[in-house]
Each structure stands twice: as structure tokens, then as C-alpha cells.
Design a protein around this ligand. Structure first.
Ligand code: KG4
Length: 347
């Protein structure tokens, strides 16, 4: 048996995966640094890099032993090459290069955004190009037409905050610790539509989005509430969670409706498939809305389960495997890229 190793260290998750040449994920282990960064209200790059150094070797050696994988069975080593926090990327890329060099196998630098877009393939082997993708994470919000490996056209993007950032920043305003997205998802289930919360850029023709106005909207509403009490009560927090989630999900639903219509008119022969990926892709309301859009337009909804929406090395190993199978390898002097645009501007 031969295996490809994947390494992810672009933000605050240290993750290592082992995949076989048929795309079956053998192992995928992540050490999340969430607690370390929560005290700072966001990821501190230097703290993240130092912890990647501590975690990487431990996870890798542990996986080899637990899954009885010999180094001689590793035929390629892939790592996130960007975009992301440079310090963390350097740690992962240098580890991968060292391993690849010592084993005499190819090193492959993987684009993190491309890996997210392909992550549904980890659980759905028949998921293939072409497809329409919504990538929503803590740092990215993009709608993309994926025509083939390395061939992506950008239909729309956020003009300011990413959807995950909007969740996290507004969550903080209502007293939820960073990162607040998953907690908002949970609390929204107990909330009601009590607050009038804006739906940014609703009705505009562009597929671009904006989430920064939502912060001002929530800040004002919270200030108003706090005129009558010193802290928000549980019911109010749930009602805010409901409103925040409804606003973000409605923006994404509106824009994806436009994207689906554009996709059908420009590419009538393309497969009718939508994927939603990235951390916010785990959001129950976002998934529900996009799934029902898919039902309405006769598209299949093929998305990674929530555990593979978040940053993980499984998706890096998988994307690397697809390149490996095409005979691609990166230069050993590849330099990690904090910005790495893989999506071509509007088609
Ligand atoms: O893709 P990801 O793991 O990494 C980064 O982009 O860094 O996404 C993290 C983001 C955070 O903003 C987090 O709050 C958000 O995904 N997130 C969610 C949910 N789970 C994670 N947002 C809304 N609902 C969720 N269930």
C-alpha cells in the first residue's frame, strides 16, 4: 500500500493526514489551538507558529505508529503552501520538504482554498468537476465556478469581512467567546426574530457581498438593549444569535441564487452540483438554505460533513493526491505564500 501525507498549518489548527492512492482517508488528526488564542480574541500568528512546531512532529509520529504506516510507503508529501499566516505556513512547508527530501519523494504545495473547494470528495468519491462552490470560512467568502483542477472562476466575493469573521465579531458583541460561529448556530435554535437586523446588499445585482454593516447594526442594537440592563440575558442573546445567523444565511442564499442562475445560463452543459465548504459551511441554517435552493433548481448538494468543513489536513492530502496523480510536483525551493490567488477574476 502507498500513501500521501498532507499537512495543514495555515492558521491555528495543526493537522496531519494520511490518504491512500484511491483517495481513502486513513488518518486525519488535528490539534486545535482555539483555547490558546481565545484569550486574545483572535489568532496570534507568532503563538500559532510556535505551537505548530510543537504539534506537527508529535501528530505525525503518532499517526505512523497508530495506523501502522511505514515511511517507505509514503510516495508524496503535501503541505498547505498558502494563503495563510506566513509563520505557520513556513513551519508546515519546511516539515513537508524535509520529509519529502529524506524519503526521495515529491513535495507538493497545496492551495488552501482549492483544498477546501475539493473537500467534499473526502466523503463523496464521485464528486467531480465541474461544479459551483461557495467557500465560506473565517478568512474567505467566495463563490466560484470550478471547471477542472486548477481552473476556477470567481463569481462573487466579500468586499470586507468574511462570513466567519462576521459571525465571530458579532458573537463577541453579544458576549460569546472567539470563535463564536458554532455557538451562534447552537443558540440561534432557541432564538426568535425579535430584532430588526439588516440583510446587507440585498437586491443588488452583483454577486459580491458585504458584512461590515452588520457589525454596526448589532453594536447599536446591543447598546440599546444595555440601556435597560447591565448584561444581556440568555433569551436576548439567543434572539441576537437568531438574527445574526438569519442575516448572514440570507445574504449567502440570495447570492447563491444569483450564482446558480448565472451558472445555468453561461454553462448549460455543466453538471448541476453545488458544494458549500469552509468553517461556516458547517452552519446548519446556511446548509439548510443552500440545500433547499439546490432542490428548487434541480442541483445536487454535495458538501463535506461539518468536521471536514473546518481546516483539516485531509483536504490538503486529497488535493495534493489529485495533483500527484497528474505527475505534478512543486519545486523544492517553493516559498510559502501569504496570498495565493487561485481563482481567476469574474468570467
Ligand atoms: O475554515 P475555518 O475552520 O478556518 C479559517 O478560516 O480560519 O473557519 C473558521 C470559521 C470561524 O469564523 C468560525 O466561527 C466559523 O468558521 N464556524 C462557524 C460554524 N463553525 C465554524 N460559523 C457558523 N456556524 C458554524 N456552525
Amino acid at each position: 500500500m502507498s500513501y500521501v501525507v498532507g499537512i495543514e498549518s495555515s492558521c491555528d489548527d495543526t493537522s496531519v493526514a494520511i490518504i491512500d492512492l484511491d483517495g481513502r482517508l486513513i488518518a486525519n488528526e488535528t490539534i486545535a489551538q482555539t483555547k490558546l488564542h481565545a484569550a486574545f480574541g483572535g489568532v496570534v500568528p507568532e503563538v500559532a507558529s510556535r505551537n505548530h512546531i510543537l504539534n506537527l512532529q508529535e501528530i505525525f509520529i503518532g499517526l505512523l505508529a497508530r495506523f501502522s504506516v511505514e515511511l517507505s510507503q509514503v510516495v508524496a508529501v503535501c503541505a498547505t503552501g498558502g494563503p495563510g499566516l506566513l509563520g505557520g505556513l513556513i513551519v508546515g512547508v519546511m516539515f513537508a520538504k524535509g520529509l519529502a527530501l529524506s524519503l526521495g519523494v515529491p513535495f507538493i504545495a497545496v492551495n488552501h482554498l482549492e483544498a477546501h473547494l475539493l473537500s467534499a470528495k473526502l466523503e463523496h468519491g464521485d464528486f467531480d468537476f465541474p461544479f459551483l462552490g461557495l467557500l465560506v470560512s473565517g478568512g474567505n467568502t467566495q463563490i466560484v465556478i470550478a471547471s477542472g483542477l486548477g481552473s476556477y472562476k470567481l463569481l462573487g466575493k466579500t468586499l470586507d469581512d468574511a462570513a466567519g469573521e462576521a459571525f465571530d465579531k458579532t458573537a463577541r458583541m453579544i458576549g460569546i467567546e472567539y470563535p463564536g460561529g458554532a455557538k451562534i448556530d447552537e443558540l440561534a435554535k432557541m432564538g426568535r426574530g425579535r430584532f430588526k437586523i439588516s440583510i446587507p446588499m440585498r437586491g443588488s445585482k452583483t454577486l459580491d457581498m458585504s458584512f461590515s454593516g452588520l457589525k454596526t447594526n448589532i453594536r447599536r442594537l446591543v447598546e440599546q438593549e444595555l440601556k435597560n440592563c447591565s448584561v444581556l440575558n440568555e433569551e436576548t442573546v439567543c434572539d441576537f444569535a437568531f438574527g445574526i445567523q438569519n442575516s448572514i444565511a440570507t445574504v449567502l442564499e440570495d447570492k447563491m441564487r444569483g450564482a446558480i442562475e448565472l451558472y445555468m445560463s453561461r454553462f448549460p452543459d455543466y453538471r448541476r452540483v453545488v458544494t458549500v465548504c469552509g468553517g461556516v459551511g458547517a452552519n446548519s441554517e446556511v446548509r439548510k438554505r443552500i440545500k433547499s435552493l439546490c432542490d428548487e433548481y434541480g442541483f445536487s448538494f454535495v458538501s463535506p460533513s461539518p468536521k471536514y468543513c473546518a481546516d483539516n489536513a485531509g483536504m490538503i492530502a486529497l488535493a495534493g493526491l489529485l495533483y500527484f496523480k497528474r505527475g505534478f510536483k512543486s519545486d523544492i525551493d517553493f516559498k510559502p505564500l501569504s496570498r495565493w490567488d487561485v481563482f481567476q477574476p469574474n468570467c
